[in-house]
Ligand binder design. Structure first.
Ligand code: MN
Length: 724
């Protein structure tokens, strides 16, 4: 434990004007208040605040920060009050201690309360005075240094995770690289001891092989610069295990491929010399183009300035080199603390870090969402990921480009399978919406819902895609079975036979199928013809029926059979055009409710025993099938009609009740090569009558022509396509 006079001496070494009296009083007060309390290590509790004050002294902070370090746990853990602190140590210290206490309370709650909200509070609390954050970081650093004394592993893990996710990035964000590195290493040791050991073992092995390589490279670099007339301070170091590990993870490379485990720092007198040194090194060693970064002309947002480059070094190894001035070095290590000005008693506020904090506070004040904060701090090191919250505040990490479907499956497979919609930040948005950092996602589920094949197009996680594919396969088989069964029934029925399990079982081998069900599914999938199966079961049957052209068995029901004649009897059998998306051999009907015409957007509905019924996409009847999405088939027209009036369109027409109006109606339709197949008057008044007429047309364009011509006819008041 640092003794009272040692602490005072340390502070005096960089701040000769520091108030010795207040430091002494705070030391004694803290010692008394914490009394006989003990740390998990068995040490007196007060050793902790003293170490925290020591760390703050290393950062060369002002007296109020050091005093805050000494007192930072008194409000939480002793009977001290804010008023008492204000009376004894002044309002400034009381406010700072209060701020640190609030941050510490957030830690305790962070598992139960909304995380985004917590993070936001954290920033707001710290932003009242950046020294609150500095004391908090020192507190966390000492707690991490002594983490191994805590016996409960889950608690150790939680603290380490929080350090890795929040405090290390925060330290980095305010430019305190040294603190950040130490926090990361300590957290890494707890979170992934095996990973760390393997990196260390490998480093040890390489060190044995190439002993003294770091000093050799140092000397070579220094002499290269000296030959060019530059006196520079060169220091080499191995990268930390965590930074090596992270690089292996991010770049997905093995240790062997990751040759640049050595980094060298070159300190020169001024900016001009930085570029001069860079030129000398690039002239001597082969540079690695992607590694060059100029943070002098474009500093990082946290104020960091330096030149970075990578070269193939003197021993043929890839090495990383940072070139900077002593000022830049000071800034890089100490970050915001490097800007401390003691004489004025207040820190200078034009440092870049403060600009960041100010804009952050503005953003948070305005928007009340945590996204920007997350973007800047917690997520700095996870650029390829997005972090979203459940309504209960649980943080879910997903790859970039992820959608609510991915989120739903990440929460639970059951949630994914029954997902019907998503509220993103309280708004209902499409399932294909790409998630962004800090989004809060509320997945809406329904037991009636099942995964849709279209989801696969916008799911990016393996888990979601696998679940959707699995489901689609099962559903597709069900659909094939249903279709196969109805095709077989129809074919057998025409010959006066019945489809039996026994009959199919007897011939399944002919079709290389393992079971009768497989055979049915095969027929449904269009791989085996229903008639072939019939012929196999009853070999005595003759091939009486000629297979329809193109193999498609089209049963036109859309127009009354026999009543209307095709316009061109010499043309195709009935002038109907094929549909896309259907399985060959499937029976097709056109719904009488909506009378689909070529050119209409259509959908097929599988009806047991009847094949597929085609509806227009806006047909009201479809609503009754909304609970059975497995019966829907995506179909379309293979082109437009060929001119034959093979389809029936239905029009609702309002005609003036006057002589000759009906005849002009039929004349117009006839002139446009339509044929009225049915006419029904639905409403008759003094002036008008409303009627529904069925017109045989080639396609939707043909009907539109007729509609336009009718509208232009004086006796006709209104014409529209009839819907049901
Ligand atoms: Mn503490």
């Amino acid at each position: 434990m640092i003794r009272q006079f040692e602490l005072v001496e340390r502070v005096h070494s960089y701040d000769p004007g520091a108030d010795e009296d207040v430091l002494n009083r705070a030391y004694v007060y803290g010692l008394k208040k914490h009394g006989t309390q003990l740390r998990a290590s068995g040490d007196p509790y007060f050793s902790h605040p003293v170490e925290v004050a020591g760390i703050l002294a290393e950062m060369r902070l002002d007296t109020s920060s050091i005093v805050t370090g000494l007192l930072h746990d008194t409000l939480e853990d002793t009977d001290a009050t804010r008023d008492e602190l204000a009376r004894l140590f002044g309002e400034e210290v009381a406010r700072l201690v209060d701020g640190v206490t609030k941050l510490s309370r957030l830690e305790v709650q962070s598992e139960s309360t909304k995380e985004a909200e917590n993070l936001r509070k954290l920033v707001l609390a710290m932003s009242t005075d950046i020294r609150v954050l500095l004391v908090k970081l020192a507190d966390r650093l000492h707690n991490m240094r002594t983490l191994h004394h805590i016996k409960e592993a889950p608690r150790r893990k939680r603290i380490a995770r929080e350090t890795m996710d929040l405090y290390a990035p925060l330290a980095s964000r305010i430019g305190m690289e040294k603190v950040k590195r130490e926090l990361e290493e300590l957290a890494f040791k707890e979170l992934n001891p095996d990973g760390r050991d393997s990196v260390l073992a490998r480093l040890g092995y390489l060190k044995e092989k190439g002993e003294q390589i770091v000093p050799q490279v140092e000397a070579e670099l220094a002499s290269t610069l000296l030959e060019g007339g530059l006196v520079a301070q060169v220091s080499g170091r191995e990268k930390t295990p965590y930074s090596i590990w992270r690089k292996m993870q991010q770049k997905n490379v093995s240790f062997e491929q990751l040759a640049d485990i050595m980094a060298f720092r070159i300190i020169v007198a001024d900016i001009a010399q930085c570029y001069q040194a860079l030129g000398l090194l690039h002239g001597r060693y082969q540079m690695l183009p992607q590694r060059f970064k100029d943070y002098i002309s474009v500093p990082k947002p946290n104020g960091y300035r330096s030149l970075h480059t990578g070269v193939i070094g003197p021993h043929g190894q890839r090495i990383e080199i940072q070139i900077r001035t002593a000022d830049m070095q000071e800034q890089a290590e100490r970050g915001v603390a490097a800007h401390w000005v003691y004489k004025q008693g207040r820190p200078s506020t034009d440092a870049p870090q403060y600009a960041w904090l100010r804009s952050l506070i503005e953003i948070l004040d305005k928007s009340s969402n945590a996204e920007d904060f997350l973007e800047h701090t917690k997520l700095e090191m996870f650029q390829d990921q997005v972090f979203c919250f459940t309504p209960k505040g649980k943080l879910i990490s997903l790859p970039r480009g992820a959608t609510p479907i991915d989120f739903a499956y990440a929460v639970h497979s059951q949630v994914g399978d029954t997902c019907v919609g998503a509220k993103i930040n309280g708004r209902m948005l499409p399932l294909r919406t790409q998630l962004t950092n800090g989004d809060q996602i509320d997945i809406v589920t329904s037991k009636a819902q099942t995964p849709s094949p279209t989801w696969e197009r916008f799911a990016v996680t393996g888990k979601a895609r696998a679940a959707i594919r699995r489901f689609v396969r099962v559903r597709q088989r069900e659909q094939y079975l249903q279709l196969g069964r109805s095709l077989l029934e129809k074919t057998f029925d025409e010959e006066g036979y019945q489809v039996t399990e026994k009959g199919l079982d007897g011939v399944k081998a002919n079709f290389k199928q393992a079971s009768a069900e497989d055979l049915i599914a095969n027929v449904g999938a269009g791989l085996t013809g229903a008639r072939e199966v019939l012929m196999a079961v009853y070999p005595g049957l003759k091939q009486q029926r000629k297979p329809p052209a193109g193999g498609a068995e089209v049963v036109p029901i859309g127009r009354p059979r026999g009543k209307a004649k095709p316009r061109d009897p010499a043309g195709k059998e009935n002038g109907q055009i094929a549909l896309t998306g259907l399985i060959p051999g499937m029976a097709v009907h056109f719904a009488r409710c909506c009378h689909p015409l070529p050119g209409d957007r259509i959908v097929g509905i599988v009806t047991t025993g009847k094949g597929v019924t085609i509806h227009t996409i806006d047909c009201a009847t479809l609503e009754s099938f909304s609970e059975a999405p497995e019966r829907w088939i995506d179909v379309g027209w293979e082109g437009m009609g060929d001119g034959s009036a093979a389809y029936t369109g239905r029009l609702k027409i309002t005609v003036a009740n006057q002589p000759g109006s009906l005849s002009s109606l039929s004349t117009v339709i006839a002139r446009h090569e339509g044929n009225i197949s049915n006419l029904r008057i639905v409403n008759r008044s003094m002036d008008f009558f409303d009627m529904v007429i069925d017109v045989e047309v080639a396609d939707v364009r043909h009907l539109a022509d007729i509609t336009a011509a009718l509208r232009a006819t004086p006796a006709i008041n209104a014409v529209e396509r009839a819907r049901n």
